[in-house]
Design a protein around this ligand. Sequence first.
Ligand SMILES: [Fe+2]
Length: 428
Amino acid sequence: MYHRFALRRAGMVAVILLASLALGLSVRSGVQGQSSPQPSPLPWIQPSLYPDRVILTWSGDPATTQSVTWRTDTSVTRAFAQIVPAGGNPDFAQNAQTVEALTTRLQTDQGIAHYHSVTFRHLKPNTLYAYRVGDGTHWSEWFHFRTASDRPQPFTFLFLGDVQNDIRNACLRVVRQAFLSHPDIRFVVHAGDLVNHGESDAEWAEWFAMMGWMGASVPSILTPGNHDYPRDAEGNRTLTPHWRAQFTLPENGIPPLKETNYYVDFQGVRIISLNTMEHEQWQARWLEHVLENNPNRWTIVTFHFPIFSSAQGRDNPQLRALWKPIFDRYRVDLVLSGHDHTYARSVPQPSGTVYVNSVTGPKMYRLNQQPWMRRWAQDTQCYHIVHVNGDRLRFESYTAAGKLFDAFELRKRRTQVNQVIDHIPGGK
Ligand SMILES: [Fe+2]
């Protein structure tokens, strides 16, 4: 969540521009031209007194904190969240605690909205809580969430590739299928290109409709893609102002990339978000530090542009040369990317690392089949379920229709790199 927004954004843009000039780097291009966003025909895009776009994220320890962000119209200038351990008695909310929100104004292409955020603190680990958000009169419904355990415990999470296009029409069904088939999902990892035009409020309306009450009940871990970096008035790509208004994410990454470059530790797994749009070299140094000081058994890294491209003409040799040696050295277990609008899973690297590129939305590219791939798919909307249990991690790839089409298991070994075991349906 980004308060004192305009000032800090201007500062961030200045830092980015200066750094770009100094390093001879520009915000990454190589992306197709983007047409202008259209005004929304949807009636539910305008904010009201009632909270909408309620989304859980973490900005602190998942065992003891929980952040929530939501939207209202500009008449709501003071907002609150209430929290209480969830109970079966209809009077469960009697002892709810009230926390005042931070409020930010966001000018969008559809008007002005207020975004509010609260981080609940001092929560009990592995506990089911009920919360609601509002202005004291106009409240959301009560939602439930569970805090993480403060020690390694088995759990399941959902990984989504690029959603990006035609979200309401084509992507809601995928997320719903994932949650219906795996209601034990504890968080969702989004690999960037959440929308097609990062400045389009109508597209964000569709994205929040996709997450719905699930996004208000299960936290999201988000990394930005190139489409979340629209061009500003000077033609430079900058992170959409929607990002930091809408999501309350960790600020433990490099300073200019707060809430896009960060890590979260959940029950023995460190999940790291890298931002492939800016400051790759600086992030490499940060990554070394974060991997060197990592007490977790498992390490998963997510970012948008893949290390191994699975579509034609989209290779990223500089990124690979910069980041892959670090993944190798620290034996990162799993790397989750998007951008290429295909599915591809790598053969195990000498470090044991497995790389996966995926796509959840309907935009599809031609697959460029290469020797690094162990399994692949084209023209397939996907979601992925990852089960972590002690020394084992099982990765499952499903079509939008819930059909398992690829799976593998990583097994930790005391001295050797991970063992990778295929569980491909049909045994291919
Ligand atoms: Fe992309």
